[in-house]
Design a protein around this ligand. Structure first.
Ligand code: URA
Length: 238
């Protein structure tokens, strides 16, 4: 057996452990600690700057933490008009408020969609999985159906395969297909592997198009398919 195999798991921040058990967010855990609700091995802990090992017994309001839940993923058909954030400083409705009535455990979103973007949003109960799926190296293909005001040629869209720099931000290769013209709008299918802020709007904006409808139809192996708007589905396959 290797030496490292004999080492106990390293100690981790108390609030992180609490959040991982699906009880609360890390921020809430830090507040609960300051409120004196949390004890380690029977001793109240008042500061979030406290590390615990796997062998330590953590209690909240006297009750031990529940065992860690199995990792799960849900697909959500996000409607337009909801922000993807836990707390919106402007008080706009959030996806998490909307999902509160759906009988889900505490979930996190994998990445974000803008307030007016619709379509597939992945949810998970596992913060580690969320971080891995959000890493640029994971680079899952995201596909969007886009309606935009203006005109564009397929040749202009093909040039996006080489990447484009806009106001100092470098966007990677984008595959875009002109599907149809509808009055003064075009409908496009756009595929990209980065999740940069407002990527579709900014890149198409540089071609003179103004995006007025944006629907994510797939994220890696997951498809929006014919899920109704607002529906949530647990992923059953491994
Ligand atoms: N690109 C955008 O501009 N907005 C989104 O919500 C997603 C991709």
């Amino acid at each position: 057996m290797s030496e490292s195999g004999d080492q106990p798991a390293p100690a981790e921040r108390l609030a992180k452990i609490m959040a991982r058990h699906g009880l609360c967010s890390r921020r809430e855990a830090e507040q609960w600690i300051r409120d004196g609700r949390v004890a380690v091995n029977g001793h109240k802990v008042m500061t979030p700057a406290f590390n615990v090992a796997a062998s330590d017994e953590v209690t909240v309001d006297g009750a031990p933490l529940a065992p860690k839940r199995a990792t799960r993923i849900w697909l959500y058909h996000k409607p337009a008009g909801l922000v993807v954030t836990e707390h919106d400083p402007e008080g706009r409705p959030t996806v998490f408020e909307k999902l509160a009535g759906e009988g889900l455990p505490r979930v996190l979103s994998v990445g974000r969609l803008d307030i007016n973007t619709e379509g597939l949003l992945l949810l998970t109960n596992d913060g580690g999985l969320k971080r891995v799926l959000e890493l640029p190296v994971t680079g899952w293909l995201r596909r969007y159906r886009v309606r935009a005001h203006g005109t564009v040629t397929q040749a202009q869209l093909d040039a996006l395969k080489a990447g484009i720099e806009i106001e100092g931000i470098k966007y990677g290769s984008i595959e875009a297909t002109l599907e149809r013209v509808q009055g003064s709008n075009v409908w496009l299918l756009v595929g990209l592997r980065e999740g940069k802020n407002r990527e579709v709007k900014n890149v198409l904006g540089a071609l003179g198009l103004e995006v007025n409808r944006l629907i994510r139809v797939s994220f890696g192996p997951f498809q929006l398919g014919d899920m109704p708007i607002g529906a949530v589905e647990v992923v059953r396959s491994r």
